[in-house]
Design a protein around this ligand. Structure first.
Ligand SMILES: [Zn+2]
Length: 194
């Protein structure tokens, strides 16, 4: 499974856009905003698009992507999106480029936040719940709630994660379970980065 961040070199502030490519399928996790579109629009096709939550920096390119590629779009709460999407629920299974992922509802940063986990590959798409090196999603925005965020991280802590792809920052493969434990500790005591 090849996973790449299409938002890596963008100058505008945007959430990451993770591209999964396998079995001739192209899947995006989040849509991004700003000049990240210049990279997205060069793709040959997009089969599926999953939105980790409905904050602007993760969904703004959705209408452009839908108009150009007509992918299947999925989110926890489609009503929060500017375009039609199918609903994902807690513990749903979804196949992304041939790999099975489980949907985990993880509110606290935003009510419609989800993580996606592959037990087969031990891959986690963390959205804005968790970031590398003990960081975690901000809880000072609308719908933010630190206690709820802590409960969500506790759910993720039960998983065995080897590779984590967050909504911001780089991917990490370095002792990820320990990083998640650190995020949980930090969430219990200090202010967040995003
Ligand atoms: Zn966010």
């Amino acid at each position: 499974m090849k996973i790449e961040n299409l938002a890596e070199d963008t100058s505008d502030f945007t959430g990451n856009i993770w591209k999964l490519q396998n079995n001739g399928k192209t899947v995006l996790i989040d849509a991004g905003t700003g000049d990240s579109w210049n990279k997205v629009r060069k793709l040959e096709k997009i089969d599926k698009l999953i939105l980790t939550h409905s904050h602007y920096d993760h969904v703004d390119n959705l209408p452009k992507i839908t108009d150009k590629y007509s992918p299947e779009v999925y989110a926890y709460n489609p009503e929060n999106l500017p375009k039609k999407a199918s609903k994902l629920d807690e513990r749903d299974q979804i196949s992304l480029a041939g790999l099975k992922f489980e949907v985990i509802h993880t509110p606290g940063h935003k009510d419609d936040s989800i993580c996606l986990y592959s037990s087969e590959e031990k891959i986690l798409f963390a959205g804005d719940l968790l970031f590398p090196e003990g960081s975690f999603g901000r809880t000072d925005l609308d719908e933010g709630n630190r206690d709820t965020l802590i409960e969500s991280i506790e759910k993720i802590k039960e998983l065995d994660v080897e590779k984590m792809f967050s909504g911001h920052d780089e991917a990490t493969e370095e002792d990820v379970n320990t990083q998640i434990e650190k995020s949980l500790e930090e969430a219990k005591k200090r202010e967040s980065k995003y």
